[in-house]
Every structure is written in structure tokens, then in C-alpha cells.
Design a protein around this ligand. Sequence first.
Ligand SMILES: NC(=O)C1=CN([C@@H]2O[C@H](COP(=O)(O)OP(=O)(O)OC[C@H]3O[C@@H](n4cnc5c(N)ncnc54)[C@H](O)[C@@H]3O)[C@@H](O)[C@H]2O)C=CC1
Ligand SMILES: O=C(O)[C@H]1O[C@H](OP(=O)(O)OP(=O)(O)OC[C@H]2O[C@@H](n3ccc(=O)[nH]c3=O)[C@H](O)[C@@H]2O)[C@H](O)[C@@H](O)[C@@H]1O
Length: 436
Amino acid sequence: MKVCVIGTGYVGATTSVTLAALGHDVVGVDADPRKAELLGRGTLPFFESGLEDLLREMIAAGRLRFTGNGSQAIRDCEVVFTAVGTPSAPDGSADLTAVWEVARQIGRTITDYTVVVNKSTVPVGTGERVEEIVLQELQGRGADVPFDVVSNPEFLREGKALEDALHPDRVVIGAASQRAREVMARLYADVVAPVLWTTVRDAEMIKYASNAFLATKISFVNELARLCERTGADIAQVARGMGMDGRIGQAFLQAGVGYGGSCFPKDVDALLHLARVNGERLGLLESVAEVNRTQTGWYLEKVRRVLGDLAGKRVAVLGLTFKPGTDDIREAPALRILAALLDEGAQVCAYDPQGMAAVRKLVPSVVYASDAYAAMERAEAVLLVTEWQELVELDWQRAFGQVKEGIVFDGRNALDADKMTAAGWRYYGVGKGRLR
Ligand SMILES: NC(=O)C1=CN([C@@H]2O[C@H](COP(=O)(O)OP(=O)(O)OC[C@H]3O[C@@H](n4cnc5c(N)ncnc54)[C@H](O)[C@@H]3O)[C@@H](O)[C@H]2O)C=CC1
Ligand SMILES: O=C(O)[C@H]1O[C@H](OP(=O)(O)OP(=O)(O)OC[C@H]2O[C@@H](n3ccc(=O)[nH]c3=O)[C@H](O)[C@@H]2O)[C@H](O)[C@@H](O)[C@@H]1O
């Protein structure tokens, strides 16, 4: 099938590659000509393991190309995906400017039956508004072209984008017409995953509900971690014990410095906004956001209690991206931590395997080290903020020989506390018993 994907960021690029791998003839479109050009040459504009290889393979096979000119691509394709960004507006709502722009472009362009598939994360009711916009544009040019609007939310995680896109837990398709359902069934015929057919509104809500629930699990353990530190329990053991109950599950119960990224914070805010404008209050979700907003502050409070005044202290920060396996620093907890440390006069030396170039632009006054050992040299404390495998597997014995004070604040409970202690470190995890 001929498929067009508009917007080739994380989701659009991954969707384009995945659909090509499923045997479709795909053209990716981006308003940023630099992105389209890079992708066309087989280069990803972001770091995502494994994706670039398959991108090149699909281009070489002639099944995937990229362009800055959407109109021709839209006209040629039976299915047009929208995968543009839906960032937070100042009031917390999802800014849908790019979604409306694409809808107008589609309405101005299509000449034959087209299935307009929304992959961006959008509030309930967006599909219906897209339908209205396309129709207005068609009427404006006196055209009577049949089309359907479908919601097909994306559930991939950064760092595991390809794996998630090729082997999803489920595919959710919200479609009103039988014609659109048949097209979508053909499109995903070779995906080995359960498909849930819903209304457009249900599919839109499923996406927000899923992200909000995952964020809730994280804030739940993070709040409990605070109580564990007061009561002398270990949140890692508590989470393990809870997760062994099949109804609860182990996933997303890892306590830490809070969730970041381009999705959980913005999607929780957007759902809260959607509730407000619909006259509902989601008190539980408000608390989820509040726990997350205060989690880095709580973590830093512990650092202050152990180190005292931070002014003039040399602190190493390891891991800057919002999670391992990506170069994405959007809403990364590390940014708030760096800002607070600098604000209090600490001398900060940082290292991250992929995120330093982007962080350096935002926070130039930090010293960026060439590797983790260099970052830790003469440090009075080490803050592990993102649990890259490379950082977890460091020779911590060797590092102990380089620091001034062997104090480590493991913001992700990723290090082995016993081994760290045996190597000489004073180890502070998150929610791991009372402070010594
Ligand atoms: N990043 C992620 O892991 C996931 C993101 N999502 C959702 O998917 C959507 C896209 O997210 P990302 O890929 O991260 O965004 P992104 O910001 O990385 O990429 C969006 C792309 O759309 C392009 N664009 C904007 N307006 C355009 C237009 N009118 N025509 C053509 N291209 C245009 C931009 O140049 C950019 O390259 C968002 O709604 C997000 O919430 C959903 C699941 C996972
Ligand atoms: O809508 C989206 O964009 C995506 O958002 C998340 O994916 P992503 O943000 O890439 O990464 P996650 O692995 O979910 O991690 C998000 C944040 O939560 C934190 N986290 C995760 C799990 C956990 O147990 N504890 C925890 O603090 C991570 O460190 C990270 O900062 C969801 O997992 C995806 O299903 C969804 O498609």
C-alpha cells in the first residue's frame, strides 16, 4: 500500500521505517527540510539503537523515501499518517497547531479516497475536529472527495522504539467506517499483535489513559520511597514484593528522581486540562504530577543533608538524558538537578554517553567530561541521575580511588549497594532505609 507519514520525529521516523518493513511503499514528509534530507540519506536526526540500520535497508530496498514537499506525497497515497508534535501549551493543554495545519493541507490536496490516520497524542475530540477541517477545505475548493479519519495512537518507548513498533503489545485502531477499518486491517495484516478496534474517541482516550497510568505507578513508588526512608524499609524490595502479584506487575515500579521525557509530563498535564474544561477534577492525577514535580527537590534535600552547604563543593553528575538509550533531554530530571546545584554554588562536572551536546547548549556553566571517570575526579559526591548501562558497569573500585569523598547518591537505585559499600563508597539510594 502507498503510505505517507507527515512529521518524521521519533514517532514519524519509526512509523515510516516500520511500515516499510511491513512491505508498504512509504514516503516520510517533514516541514523541516534538513530532517527530510538527513533521513533520505539514511541518517537519523536522533539517537535510537537499531533504527538507522533498518532505515538504510528500507531506503536501499526502494520502499522508503523522504521529502519536504507533502502535497505530492499526500496526493499519491491511500493512507496519510499524522505524526507531528503536540507539545504543552502554557495552560497545560496540548498545542494542536501542527495537527490542524496538516489537516488543512490534506483537505487542500486529496483527490481520491484517503484514510487520514492520527498517530500524534491528541485529546478526545481531535479526530472529529480534523474531519471538520478537511471537509471545510474540500468544500472551499468545491471538491467532493471521500475520506475517513482514524485514530491509531503510538505506544513506543524511546530507546526501544524499533522493538516496540515491530512487536507492540497491542495495536489500537479507532475507526468509524467499515471502509477505513478494511484499509487499516490491510495495513497491519502482517503485525503479530492483538488489534483493538474502537471508536476514534476511545482510541484517543486510551493513549492518554495509558501514559497517565504508567506515570501513576512511578509517582506511587516515588512517594512510597519517601516513607521508606523515614520508616527504614527498602522501596526496591517493597516494589519487588508488590510486583510479584500478577495483578500489579513489576513494570514501572522503579523508584528514582522522577519521570521525564517529552510525553509523561505533557500528557499528564493535557489530561488534567481536558478534565478541567469538561468540568471534572482528576485529583489522583494532580497528585501524580505533584509528586513528580517535587521528586528532584526531595532527592537534592538528601544530598544537602549529607554534604551540608553545597557552595564550592565539587559534584559529579552522571547521566543527563531523561532515560538511558536516547539522546533526548526533554524534561530530563537532570536539568532541574544541574540548575539547583549551580544555583547553590556547587562546581558541577557532568558526563552522559549521548546527551552532553544538547545539555551543553542549555547549561554552559557545567564542565562536561570526556568520560565518567574524568567527571568523578576529585569529586566530593557523585550523583547518578540516569542509569545508562555504561555507568552502572563502571569500575567503581577504580573510581573510588579518584574521588575526594566516596559518596554516591544513586538516583535510580541502579547500583549494587553492597558492592558499592564493599568498594568503600558511602551509598545513598532512593527510598532505601533511614539515612546513616
Ligand atoms: N517521542 C515518543 O516517544 C512518542 C511520542 N508520541 C506522540 O507522537 C507525536 C510526535 O512526537 P515526536 O515524534 O516525539 O515529535 P517530534 O517533535 O520529535 O517530531 C515532530 C515532527 O513533525 C514535524 N512537523 C511539524 N509540523 C509539521 C507539518 N505541518 N508538516 C510536516 N512536518 C511537520 C517537525 O518538524 C518534527 O520533525 C506527539 O504527539 C507525541 O506525544 C507518542 C508515542 C511515543
Ligand atoms: O507517549 C509516549 O511518548 C511514550 O511515553 C513513554 O515512553 P518514554 O517516555 O519514551 O519512556 P519510558 O520508558 O516510559 O520512561 C519515561 C520516564 O519514566 C521514568 N521511569 C520509568 C519507569 C520506572 O519504573 N521508573 C521511572 O522513573 C524514566 O526514567 C523516564 O524518565 C511510554 O512508556 C510509551 O508507552 C509511550 O508511547
